[in-house]
Design a protein around this ligand. Sequence first.
Ligand code: GLN
Length: 304
Amino acid sequence: MDYQSILNTINDELSYRDVTGKVASYIPELAKVDPRKFGMHVYCGDRQHFSFGDSEELFSIQSISKVFSLSMAMRIMGEDLWDRVDVEPSGDPFNSLSQLEYESGVPRNPFINAGALVISDILVDQLEDPKQELLDFVRKITEDNSINFDLKIAASERSTGYRNVALVNYMKALGNIKCEVEPIVDFYFHLCSLAMSCKQLAQAFMIFANKGKILSTDEEILTPTSVKRINSLMQTCGFYDEAGEFSFEVGLPGKSGVGGGIVAIHPDQYSVAVWSPILNEKGNSELGMKALERLTSLTGLSVF
Ligand code: GLN
């Protein structure tokens, strides 16, 4: 498979000029990002790398990081985790407060904000230094010690994060939050602020395409069962109320963030990350989705 010529075709065919959405503006830091940015990186099971454009530039990965925190919680809690968070697609926007009350504060899945906040509660409760351990985890699976938080983004998340604070309070009132609100949201705002490039994301997500093992060292980070569960959650819940559309167009498990990044994996074949900050009305990268649709069509490699 000539991945590089397929990526070159995608880069030639698609342009930010052809999409009509807008860059995220709920915090000033994200609104400042250049809408013309476009990069893509494929990391294959045979350890080859292919890319184009702004694939090595750092951007705010936002909700893509919810896959990292879920992975850490699964390593700690195993299957007990599912008492605290459900595994059903929500069909609601990412920051929805609905569907919580009649399920006793148990969020529909770990990738909506409510679910990621319950996961944050678990990590804050169980880990001595959760923010550092998050960085250690992401640096380890990416094999890159330069990865860090963007503290300006974290501060902006905090200054606008009333809805997330409300979600934690509401779930605490319903009995599904153990720790105090402040350390949970502090962890969550930092989680959202992780800055990574497409290259780093493709490298990190290779564990989900490689049955839970780091490709270069063969070290097991997650059990094959945990990886199966995380991949199926990415397939059904990775794109908020557009998970069906992503599955229909692209046919891979994946996760998006409002910074315009999308990561997806093909078990045993490749991991891929794409970045274009212009979002559609569901909060997913408009050009990123098109690029991934072209990738699975031109390679013939989706999971279906
Ligand atoms: N930081 C956003 C929030 O918590 C979520 C980011 C995302 O990518 N959906 O509201």
